[in-house]
Design a protein around this ligand. Structure first.
Ligand SMILES: NC(=O)c1ccc[n+]([C@@H]2O[C@H](COP(=O)([O-])OP(=O)(O)OC[C@H]3O[C@@H](n4cnc5c(N)ncnc54)[C@H](OP(=O)(O)O)[C@@H]3O)[C@@H](O)[C@H]2O)c1
Length: 216
């Protein structure tokens, strides 16, 4: 069993990720959450929790972990300052802790559109924060995969997707499918040190992750 720290576990995607990991035969999830009141949701499902906050020192959360999925975010209705604190600085701290703890894999939930943040009106600051964290991860010594989805929905997952290094079009994707992609990225050797954008489409998710062409 490999221990996987899920950062942002109480989020809409994070909850799906922890459930997938709990049901897998290979991984044991540790849900990183920031409030005690959030514990019963996980404990009632047999999922271990770690109390920690991205705005503080959360290095302790990495003790005994093998891999990490970063699925936290400041949310769409917060200030630019909060976006910088969580999506950029929180993610960068997580990468530093993962490197220091010699983790075997860092899977990042980023966003589509980070290659040209100024092209997406209203999201420029957010996309720059995501890009800064992604670029920091790319330059780190840790084995990583960066998953960059289009708009997230709560529709049922189909595992039918379109994947490319850069899709050059917009689209949406259910959080269930994004959660699957993140979990597949933990185990697929092929995605080592790769980034890809993903939206709903016609291709099998796992196959698409094995076959897309890596860009620049
Ligand atoms: N929405 C979209 O269309 C879209 C598209 C592409 C990519 N994304 C990215 O996908 C990711 C997940 O999205 P989502 O909608 O599933 O997220 P979400 O439901 O907003 O969950 C985000 C999680 O981050 C946690 N978090 C925030 N600040 C924290 C802190 N200081 N310490 C610890 N945890 C903290 C939150 O904790 P609490 O539960 O305690 O508040 C929450 O559980 C985000 O990074 C987002 O940027 C979103």
């Amino acid at each position: 069993m490999q221990n996987v720290l899920v950062i942002g576990a109480n989020g809409n995607t994070g909850r799906l990720i922890t459930k997938l990991l709990r049901d897998s035969s290979e991984f044991k999830p540790y849900a990183m959450i920031r409030k005690e009141i959030q514990q019963p949701f996980f404990q009632n499902q047999g999922i271990s929790t770690t109390l920690a906050d991205l705005e503080e020192d959360f290095s302790e959360a990495f003790k005994g972990m093998d891999k990490v999925i970063f699925a936290a975010g400041s949310g769409g209705h917060t200030s630019d300052e909060q976006t910088t604190l969580i999506d950029r600085n929180g993610a960068i701290k997580a990468i530093e802790y993962a490197e220091a703890s010699k983790l075997k894999k860092f899977v990042m939930l980023s966003s589509m559109g980070t290659y040209a943040p100024s092209r997406v009106e209203g999201l420029e600051h957010y996309l720059k924060a995501k890009k800064a964290a992604d670029d920091f991860l790319r330059k780190s010594s840790i084995n990583y995969t960066i998953v960059q989805p289009g708009g997230l929905t709560n529709k049922k997952g189909t595992e039918k997707v379109e994947v490319a290094y850069e899709l050059k079009k917009t689209g949406q994707i259910p959080r269930e499918d994004v959660a699957k992609a993140l979990v597949y990225a933990l185990e697929l050797q092929r995605t080592k040190n790769m980034s890809f954008e993903v939206i709903s489409g016609e291709n099998d998710l796992k196959e698409a992750m094995k076959n897309f062409k890596q860009g620049a």
